[in-house]
Design a protein around this ligand. Structure first.
Ligand code: ZN
Length: 342
């Protein structure tokens, strides 16, 4: 029988200071070659242990092996020029990033995440969730010099993501999550073809499938953007109906400290909902009462058995000790909610 109120992270966790630069979205590695490879594995093990100690019921690799949640995948794709990155405004010009260029037809060079997925599977008995960037968000994080059409390029990426997702499933991963923050920026495109590209990426998977849609990491450009969105954030309203009709099993959304009207969760009928009960844009650690209260609000629209307590987004740029305390708050809050709402 499933535990009521599973607990999980959205995806990323801070990298230790001996592995990479601190509190950066695209941190430079501090090692190279074999030393880097083994340090990534050490960091992954460390976070598996920390998640288990906190008491999370679903465990991730904390994305310790990738520099960035999108570019980590792209490094294994043929047809992309990483040598000549260009500056591009991403997420509808919310901020500039140095991005690689798509210069030829895309093909996977081989497995992308086999090492960290198998390592995670080998070191926890709990369910394992593994994250991949979604096709639409990838398209928004590379410069296109080949396809000339975002939808077509998204479908090309979706095929590659599908290859890796099927292999991750064979590695023993229980939940494969695609991260699609771009769905909250290009709502029309998301409904028109983003969800179809996502389903292509998940095609043939028999494990649980998930999509994470958020308002981004707690970086200044995102905080400034959020301030322009007004008192009610209704972006989800335009994408959730298409997701509700899709084959994707779980949807991860922001809730605590966001201006998302809680009733929008009703649009996800039939889906498991990963409710964001931990704010990743603030160092203030939530109390278990805060977390339980957010779960209680979500329960007005999400059935008990379908609610997973989660972080609003990844915690990559956060200080490690804050992230650890937030994991504790997440688990303690879910336990309190079980007492209140069982
Ligand atoms: Zn996110």
């Amino acid at each position: 029988m499933p535990i009521m109120f599973d607990t999980a992270i959205a995806g990323s966790l801070p990298k230790p200071g001996w592995l990479a630069e601190q509190q950066r979205l695209w941190p430079a590695w501090k090692l190279s070659g074999e030393e880097l490879a083994s340090a990534k594995s050490d960091a992954t093990l460390l976070w598996i242990k920390a998640q288990e100690d906190a008491g999370l019921t679903i465990i991730g690799d904390g994305e310790q092996s990738r520099q960035h949640f999108v570019h980590g995948f792209l490094e294994s794709v043929e047809g992309i020029d990483f040598e000549h990155k260009v500056k591009m405004g991403i997420r509808d010009n919310r901020y500039d990033a140095m991005v690689p260029q798509v210069v030829a037809a895309l093909r996977l060079k081989g497995r992308v995440h086999a090492t960290e997925a198998r390592l995670t599977r080998a070191h926890t008995q709990r369910r394992v969730k593994f994250t991949l960037p979604g096709p639409m968000t990838i398209v928004d994080t590379v410069a296109d010099r080949h396809y000339g059409d975002r939808r077509e390029m998204a479908m090309a990426f979706a095929e590659l993501l599908n290859q890796e997702a099927l292999a991750l499933q064979a590695d023993g991963v229980d939940i494969i999550q695609f991260d699609e923050p771009a769905f909250n920026v290009y709502m029309q495109d998301a409904a028109e073809w983003g969800v179809a590209a996502l389903e292509r990426a998940a095609q043939g998977l028999t494990c649980k499938t998930a999509v994470h849609i958020c308002y981004g990491y707690g970086i200044k450009a995102n905080l400034d953007w959020k301030n322009t969105l007004g008192g009610e954030w209704r972006q989800y309203e335009r994408v959730f109906p298409a997701l509700a009709r899709s084959s994707i099993d779980q949807v991860s959304l922001e809730c605590f400290h966001s201006h998302v009207p809680i009733e929008l969760m009703a649009l996800l009928e039939g889906k498991d909902v990963m409710v964001g009960v931990i704010d990743v844009a603030s160092d203030e650690v939530e109390s278990p009462q805060d977390v339980a209260q957010t779960i209680g609000r979500a329960l007005q629209y999400v059935p008990k058995v379908r609610l997973i307590a989660c972080t609003n987004c990844g915690m990559a740029p956060m200080r490690r000790e804050i992230a650890l305390r937030k994991l504790d708050a997440l688990v303690q809050g879910a336990a309190l909610a079980r007492q209140r709402y069982a």
